[in-house]
Ligand binder design. Structure first.
Ligand SMILES: CC(C)(COP(=O)(O)OP(=O)(O)OC[C@H]1O[C@@H](n2cnc3c(N)ncnc32)[C@H](O)[C@@H]1OP(=O)(O)O)[C@@H](O)C(=O)NCCC(=O)NCCS
Length: 217
C-alpha cells in the first residue's frame, strides 16, 4: 500500500484498507496478515486500528558470498531440483499446511514459472522434509515439516547459494524461529532490514517457514 506523499494523512490509507477488507470478507478470507517496516509508526498505527496486531519481527539478513563460504559445514540434508513437469504438489501442499496453514499450489506454480528462480525439495535420507526456492542469491520461501529441521534446511540452502556466482546471499528470517536466526548469525549474516508481521490473529508455525519477502509472504 502506498499513498502519494502529498495526499498522506488524509484518510486515503484508511479507505484503501476498508476496501481490501470488504474484498476479503466477500472471498471468505478469515486471516488477514501483512509485513510492514518496524520503524513505520503510521502504517502500524493504521493497521492496529483495523484489528491487525504485531506478532513478531522478521529480519532481512544478508552476507557477502565470500564471507559465507568459509563458515559452511557439511550439509545434513540434501536438495533435489523441483522439475515443473514432475512435481508432487500434494506433497508440497502437506508441508505448507503444516507450516503456514494453507495449501500454496498457485504460489509453487508461479515460482516454478519464473526462469530466474530455482526450486528444490529438501531430503533427510529418503524422506522429503521440506522445500526451498533460491533466486539470485535470495533464499525463500523455505518450509520444513518440523521446526527442528529449519536450521539444517537453511544451512543446506546457504551451501547451495554459496556455490552460485551471486555476490550477496540473503534471506528473510522470522524472529519467531530461534534456530533459523542462530543459523543466520552463525553463517555471518547481518540484519539489513527489520520488519514486523501483523495479523488479525495468530496463524501458522513460523518456526518452520521463511517467507520470500514482504510482498510474497
Ligand atoms: C502508510 C500509508 C499507506 C497510510 O496512508 P494514509 O492515507 O497516509 O493514512 P490515513 O490518513 O488514512 O490514516 C493515518 C492513520 O495512521 C494512524 N497513525 C498515524 N500516525 C500514527 C502514530 N504516530 N501512532 C499511531 N497511529 C498513527 C492513525 O490511525 C491515522 O488515522 P487518524 O489520523 O484518522 O487517527 C501512507 O502513509 C504511505 O503511503 N506511506 C508510505 C508507504 C508505506 O510505508 N506503506 C506501508 C507499507 S506496509
Amino acid at each position: 500500500m502506498f499513498v502519494a506523499p502529498d495526499r498522506q494523512s488524509d484518510g486515503i490509507g484508511n479507505q484503501l484498507i476498508n476496501k481490501a477488507f470488504a474484498h476479503a470478507d466477500m472471498r471468505g478470507a478469515p486471516i488477514r496478515a501483512l509485513i510492514t517496516f518496524t520503524f513505520n509508526n503510521v502504517s502500524q498505527g493504521l493497521y492496529i486500528r483495523h484489528g491487525l496486531f504485531p506478532r513478531f519481527p522478521i529480519y532481512m539478513v544478508s552476507v557477502p558470498r565470500d564471507r559465507l563460504a568459509p563458515r559452511l559445514a557439511a550439509s545434513r540434508l540434501r536438495l533435489e531440483s523441483l522439475m515443473a513437469d514432475a512435481i508432487a504438489y500434494d506433497e508440497l501442499a502437506a508441508i505448507d499446511v503444516s507450516a503456514v496453514g494453507v495449501s500454496r499450489e498457485k504460489h509453487h506454480r508461479f515460482l516454478l514459472g519464473d526462469s530466474t528462480t530455482r526450486g528444490f525439495t529438501i531430503h533427510a535420507g529418503n524422506e522429503c522434509v521440506g522445500y526451498v526456492y533460491i533466486s539470485a542469491g535470495h533464499i525463500g520461501p523455505l518450509a520444513v515439516r518440523r521446526p527442528d529441521l529449519v536450521d539444517a534446511a537453511f544451512a543446506t540452502a546457504l551451501s547451495f547459494a554459496a556455490q552460485t556466482d551471486c555476490p550477496t546471499i540473503s534471506a528473510f528470517v522470522p524472529g519467531a524461529s530461534e534456530p533459523a536466526l542462530k543459523a543466520a548469525t552463525d553463517h555471518g549474516m547481518r540484519l539489513t532490514f527489520p520488519m514486523l508481521l501483523m495479523s488479525n490473529r495468530p496463524f501458522g508455525d513460523w518456526g518452520s517457514y521463511l517467507p520470500r519477502n514482504p510482498g510474497f509472504m
